[in-house]
Design a protein around this ligand. Structure first.
Ligand SMILES: C[S@@+](CC[C@H](N)C(=O)[O-])C[C@H]1O[C@@H](n2cnc3c(N)ncnc32)[C@H](O)[C@@H]1O
Length: 372
């Protein structure tokens, strides 16, 4: 019998992530979505055996893979089976007040999509599951079998931008009266019936419905903006934040959260009515999101929809609006008035967050359930 092939995942925008993260030996970095450790491997290589990488994922299968693949650098690695939104608590637990860099590569991994038993894909029959963390209650089948027509319509519209949201939700409710949904192919087939099949369309008719359900099951957008605010607070001065998103809803949240941290108005009201905090915590490094090159998308079609945004923590916060305080802000950040907001060349070596000298860090394995 042939051994099953090990799951693979090609890290997207790898060179670009490394360019923005600027990993330096001795630093402390967080990969909040470590997955199979593709980006993590490169971070560890650049740490050159000193410093540490704290990796989080809600998918225990992914962590098993990451631990195995990154075992060559276990002394510099700590893995946690956790949602990245718990990062502030984890950093407190490992006594790290601030980090040099944080990466989020949002969404699903290739093994999650490609493993039929995970239930993310309409391409292969499997249980209608879609949970990244299989210890959490509430599968896609639970939502499809229990939500009202209005709630399903809202999810399909909001998270999938599906034009036939109401018709599909109503067909689901009709079908539910006689038979519960348990499998991906049952749902994919119903969507095809409602929307009239593929008929030469590039994307499968169920694509948006599956995306919407996945986002709802894993509550992917909830708390993301708040998390980014907290993450900025935990960056050292000069520390870098890099976020890759894969759909417009997520990218919009990331873009606005970064704008807010950069002291810009996000309420879109006239200036005299704006009550945005207008405090500058970061400098945005990507005026527009960075996308994959044609050669990368040719090798890895998943990279096609990736959008990377990055920022650098400033020595702030500083008020954004007043000329007088801007001068003080420039001085505090080593900027001249000419290059205000353009350059911030301060990379402070923050000694307080280095691991104790000589201590060999163990790869820790903290099950979410153990602490809850
Ligand atoms: C695109 S993959 C990351 C791949 C990784 N960068 C690599 O190169 O191998 C996304 C991963 O993030 C995880 N994930 C998504 N949302 C999460 C969350 N809120 N907290 C922790 N992990 C999450 C998923 O389980 C998945 O393993």
């Amino acid at each position: 019998m042939m051994a099953a092939a090990a799951p693979t995942h090609i890290p997207v925008l790898l060179q670009e992530v490394m360019r923005f993260l600027q990993v330096r030996p001795g630093g402390v970095y967080v990969d909040g979505t470590i997955g199979l450790g593709g980006h993590g491997k490169e971070i560890l290589a650049r740490l050159q055996g000193s410093g540490r990488l704290i990796g989080l994922d809600r998918d225990q299968d992914a962590l098993v893979q990451a631990q195995e693949r990154l075992s060559w650098s276990a002394g510099n690695l700590q893995l946690f089976h956790e949602d990245f939104r718990s990062l502030p608590a984890i950093l407190n637990q490992v006594e790290v007040p601030a980090v040099d860099g944080l990466l989020l590569d949002l969404g699903v991994s290739s093994p999650q999509l490609d493993t039929p038993s995970r239930g993310f894909s309409f391409q292969a029959p499997g249980p209608l599951d879609m949970r990244m963390d299989r210890q959490q209650p509430g599968t896609a089948a639970d939502l499809v079998n229990s939500l009202s027509e209005d709630e399903l319509t809202r999810i399909f519209r909001q998270y999938g931008e599906e034009p036939s949201a109401r018709r599909i939700a109503s067909a689901i409710l009709r079908r539910r009266r006689t038979q519960r949904f348990t499998r991906t192919d049952e749902l994919a087939q119903l969507v095809e019936e409602v929307k009239g099949g593929r008929r030469g369309k590039k994307i499968h008719p169920a694509t948006r419905i599956f995306q919407a359900l996945r986002i709802a099951v894993n509550q992917e957008l909830q708390g993301l903006a708040e998390f980014l605010h907290q993450a900025v607070q935990r960056l050292k001065s000069g520390g870098r934040l890099v976020v890759i998103s894969f759909h417009s809803l997520e990218d919009r949240i990331v873009k606005r959260a970064l704008q807010k941290e950069a002291g810009r108005c996000v309420c879109r009201r006239p200036a005299h009515l704006c009550d945005c905090p207008r405090l500058i915590h970061i400098r945005i490094l990507t005026r527009k999101p960075v996308t994959a090159s044609p050669s990368e998308t040719a090798k890895n079609p998943r990279a096609r929809s990736a959008k990377l945004r990055a920022a650098e923590r400033l020595n702030g916060p500083q008020p954004a609006d007043q000329q007088k305080t801007r001068t003080q802000y420039n001085r505090a950040n080593g900027l001249s008035s000419a290059d205000s907001g353009q350059r911030a060349g301060m990379f402070e070596a923050a000694k307080d967050t280095q691991p104790p000298s000589g201590a060999l860090l163990k790869t820790s394995w903290v099950a979410a359930s153990a602490r809850k």
